[in-house]
Design a protein around this ligand. Structure first.
Ligand code: PEP
Ligand code: MG
Length: 576
């Protein structure tokens, strides 16, 4: 199962067609170039991207296996930094006025000649490393694909590192069931074409290409953002059913776009969107969300070689905020640690990363990183309706400390006469049981609460949210979780604070019904889920939801609760 960004929603099931041009072919393809400088620039960019790839891989191996096992990546980096290697390729480009791919092919041949003359098997093995590295550089140079559609008969799900406009034009679109790419964003060409053709698509699915072969059976879940390679028959059958329902449902839901998110007895439940990338704003607007309830900013920090500057962040936030107009944008500060790490930022190895230096904890011991981010957020607050939110607050003092940093940055900006929203709202994420228990006190200091149920469930039930082996225990309707949500809602309301849910639970209509009944004011979810939840809201009565939640809280376990809620909703034909 691979996670990606939904570029175009829908469910596709079919055989994979993995679109890669064989590296040997590319390396032998000689082209005369017009500008040596441009070609060298292209080479250098690809080289830098490859270094980042290698650094990321190295960090991941250190994290997953150990630092000794990652030593080989240091050797790779040395080779990439070695002017003998890159200098040779550049010299060939200059002397022969040829394309980089061909130049790299020549460099590789020289290395292979050299390694062939030696008998040491260890050193011989190194020639494979060089060949692999050159493949990686090639992958980082765009425009090197050519699609061989003959390999699969009938329709297929197309897999590619990335797709160029030329590639997409070449495709027989009547045969493409879906697109899955390793690179790309929601505004990349693949995504735009996929949306225009209403073909489900996922982009930014890391490491998928090396894990799928042409002909493999694949499920593309463009609702939740997953690709499943070679599913079990049971999973396959479930998805076939889902696909049928999806197609029927999407027709009905389109009609919901301009309608209010209001219950039959006139309770408004604002529906917000969660985003990870600025490019997702188009989907947020497309689904007519009331705002952005969670901007996971860590994706701005991931997959690069160094920390983003204040200016870089400011520009990204500004794009989002301006496009959202008057609608609120809740920017969450960096939530790194746990399962998200930065290749260039060293956290000492931890036995339990989810319980370690994560989220606000990390920010509070790296004040300059936090200040930079806060400065960028405050500066952008004068362009729209911006809010700040701190992740993984565990004790009240942590929130106060984070607020103090905001105060300091505000004072600095005032001295410099930089504009910002003086009344900017500062909220806390409720993701740890301790802070639920302390939420009465926290509410006195916060402007709003947002419950991150993904983590709240993990920390309440002591179940790693990413571990398949314990996935059964990860249960969003567990009465313990529901009791905590209720307590947080009550403490928020006692202090006139609004409280939202921004975990995945909000996008599940059965759970959303319960959350509305528990008194949650707003729900924030991936854009693709908004209309489905709006459909639920428009068909229920708030008073019934309150009653259902009261009854659910008296039940012994989640099975009982789920059955009860589903039955209640099915009577009204609320669930599509
Ligand atoms: C959550 O924990 O529910 C949440 C929204 O934050 P994230 O999924 O980014 O940890
Ligand atoms: Mg979280």
């Amino acid at each position: 199962m691979f996670k990606g960004i939904v570029a175009s929603s829908g469910i596709a099931i079919g055989n994979a067609l993995v679109f890669t041009k064989k590296p040997e072919e590319i390396l032998k393809h000689k082209k005369t170039i017009l500008s040596v400088d441009d070609e060298i620039k292209k080479f250098k960019t690809a080289l830098e991207k490859t270094k980042i790839d290698i650094m990321n891989l190295r960090e991941r191996i250190i994290y997953d296996i150990g630092s000794k096992e990652a030593d080989i990546f240091v050797a790779y980096l040395q080779l990439l930094n070695d002017s003998g290697f890159s200098g040779k390729a550049e010299q060939i480009i200059k002397d022969q006025k040829v394309n980089i791919e061909f130049a790299l092919g020549q460099v590789l041949e020289d290395y292979l000649d050299f390694f062939n003359k030696i008998s040491d098997t260890y050193l011989k093995e190194r020639s494979r490393d060089i060949s692999g590295l050159i493949d990686r550089i090639i992958k980082n140079i765009s425009d090197t694909h050519s699609i061989e559609q003959k390999e699969v008969s009938g329709k297929f799900i197309l897999f590619a590192d990335d797709l160029t406009p030329t590639d997409t034009v070449e495709l027989d679109k009547t045969k493409v069931l879906g697109f899955i790419t390793e690179k790309g964003t929601q505004t990349s060409h693949t995504a735009i074409v996929a949306r225009a053709l209403e073909i489900p698509a996922l982009v930014g699915v890391r490491d998928i290409i090396s894990n799928v072969k042409t002909g493999d059976l694949v499920i593309l879940d463009g609702e939740r953002g997953f690709a499943i390679v070679n599913p079990t028959p049971k999973v396959l059958n479930t998805y076939k059913e889902e696909q049928k329902k999806y197609n029927f449902k999407s027709k009905l839901l389109k009609k919901m776009k301009r309608l209010a998110s209001k219950t039959l007895d006139n309770r408004i439940i604002e529906l917000y969107a969660n985003i990870e990338f600025a490019e997702e704003v188009s989907n947020v607007l497309e689904n007519n969300a009331s705002g952005i309830g969670l901007f996971r900013t860590e994706f701005i920090y991931i997959n690069r070689a160094n920390l983003p500057t204040e200016e870089e962040q400011f520009n990204i936030y500004k794009t989002v905020v301006q496009k959202m107009g008057k609608k609120p944008v809740v920017i969450r500060t960096l939530d790194i640690g746990g399962d998200k790490y930065l290749p260039y930022f060293k956290i000492p190895p931890e036995q339990n990363p989810f319980l370690g230096l994560r989220a606000i904890r990390l920010s509070l011991v790296n004040i300059n990183i936090l200040k930079n981010q806060i400065r960028a957020i405050l500066r952008v607050s004068s362009f729209g309706n911006v809010r700040i939110m701190f992740p993984m607050i565990t004790v009240v003092e942590e929130f106060l400390e984070a607020k103090k940093i905001v105060e300091e940055v505000r004072a600095e900006l005032k001295i410099k006469k930089v504009n910002f929203d003086e009344n900017i709202k500062i909220g806390a994420m409720i993701e740890v049981p301790s802070i639920v228990l302390l939420s009465e006190e926290l509410a006195k200091h916060a402007d709003f609460f947002s419950i991150g149920t993904n983590d709240l469930i993990q920390y309440t039930l002591a179940v790693d949210r990413g571990n398949e082996a314990v996935a059964k225990l990860y249960d969003n309707l567990n009465p313990a979780v529901l009791k905590l949500i209720k307590m947080a809602v009550e403490n928020a309301h006692k202090n006139d604070l609004k409280i939202s849910i921004c975990g995945e639970m909000a996008s599940d209509p059965v759970a959303a019904y319960l959350l509305v009944g528990l008194g949650v004011d707003e729900l924030s979810m991936n854009s693709a889920a908004i209309l489905n939840v709006k459909n639920l809201i428009r068909k229920i009565k708030f008073q019934d939801a309150i009653e259902a939640a009261e009854n659910a809280l008296k039940m012994k376990n989640s099975n009982e609760i789920r059955t009860y809620l589903k039955e209640k909703l099915s009577k009204r034909e609320v669930l599509l």
